[in-house]
Design a protein around this ligand. Structure first.
Ligand SMILES: Cc1ncc(C[n+]2csc(CCOP(=O)(O)OP(=O)(O)O)c2C)c(N)n1
Length: 327
């Protein structure tokens, strides 16, 4: 078992995981009630991956995320308000209401706008890392992707370039066993779909329990340190499971009850909560207070976002690509 850090740090990690879970759950119910339009891909069950990897990054470091971006963005410091306003398509949204659920981000805190093209962010991460290197900073890029993305050509091209140029990038595969509704067993003959492939490119890798925030945080420290020291990329494969469906309309009929039961019993937040209590780091009352305060803040942001101004119609073509160029 990984060593519990001192209280402030442990509670800090717990709070961030709860913020992500409660933010996504609140959005889920808003969708079910028909209050929020569009679709959503959520990271219930994968919160430890975001928090363990990002907790010790600097503001000047970068993250690159996917169609499932909320947890990563919140962990990197994109504000709850700008995330919520983005979900409601409002002008104060982190992408001015033009991005929606799959395209959140805020470059001012190092969260590169999410890329919903599976595997699309891997070469961009290499580019971001190349920039960090050419500017002679010791900042790093951390790139998240799913097991499905490891079968895309862009994965292989990006990893090869990152290895050859010794780029300061950490590639993080959140292996939740499914690429949308397809089991990874049907699409890849390897046990560790990202980590085992590191060998082909001369990139060191680690396989980590993706539901243990402390295990992830320790592996992150090693990989980030390597990148900062100019020793090149690392692949981390975090074994995890999404508790909810792939997207809003997915009833998960392709998973067995036994599999779900086994993984749900390893919920990363419930497990960490139990450790905080068992090891006397915090009391039940303290944890409940934290959870209630987070929910109150999220509810206040929902209220704020619903009443926030819509974008001006004239702004529709600003800061987006269109056939006439950049308006
Ligand atoms: C290039 C591309 N192909 C297909 C899709 C449709 N699609 C969206 S998410 C997804 C599954 C991706 O699986 P994985 O990379 O394992 O990530 P996860 O959904 O498990 O987080 C697919 C096929 C897409 N967005 N982009």
């Amino acid at each position: 078992m990984f060593k519990m850090p001192e209280k402030e740090r442990a509670i800090g990690m717990y709070k961030k995981m709860c913020e992500i879970r409660q933010y996504e759950e609140t959005i889920y119910y808003l969708f079910l009630e028909g209050i929020m339009p569009g679709t959503i891909h959520q990271s219930h069950g994968q919160e430890a991956c975001a928090v363990g990897m990002i907790y010790d990054l600097r503001k000047e470091d970068y993250i690159l995320t996917t169609h499932r971006p909320a947890g990563h963005d919140l962990a990197k410091g994109v504000s709850l308000r700008s995330m919520m306003c983005e979900m409601f398509g409002k002008a104060e949204g982190c992408c001015k209401g033009k991005g929606g659920a799959m395209h959140t981000g805020d470059i001012s805190v190092g969260a590169v706008t999410a890329n919903a093209i599976v595997g699309g962010n891997l070469p961009i991460a290499a580019g971001v890392a190349l920039r960090c290197k050419m500017l002679k900073t010791d900042n790093v890029a951390v790139c998240f992707f799913g097991d499905g993305a490891s079968n895309e050509g862009s994965f292989h091209e990006a990893l090869n370039a990152a290895a050859v140029w010794k780029l300061p990038v950490v590639y993080v595969c959140e292996n939740n066993l499914y690429s949308a509704t397809t089991s990874i067993k049907m699409t890849c003959n390897l046990e560790n779909v990202a980590a085992d492939r590191g060998l082909a490119y001369g990139i060191p890798s680690e396989v980590v329990d993706g539901n243990d925030v402390l295990a992830i945080n320790e592996a992150a420290e090693r990989a980030i340190e390597r990148a900062r020291k100019g020793e090149g990329p690392t692949i981390l494969e975090l074994k995890t499971y999404r508790i909810g469906g792939h997207s809003r309309n997915d009833a998960c009929g392709y998973r067995t009850e036994e599999e779900e039961k086994e993984w749900f019993s390893r919920d990363p937040i419930a497990s960490f909560r139990a450790r905080l209590l068992n090891e006397g780091v915090a009391s039940e009352e303290e944890l409940q207070k934290i959870e209630e305060e987070i929910q109150a803040q999220i509810d206040a942001e929902v209220e704020y976002a619903q009443n926030a101004p819509d974008p001006e119609p004239e702004s529709a073509l600003r800061e987006v690509y269109w056939e006439g160029g950049i308006a």
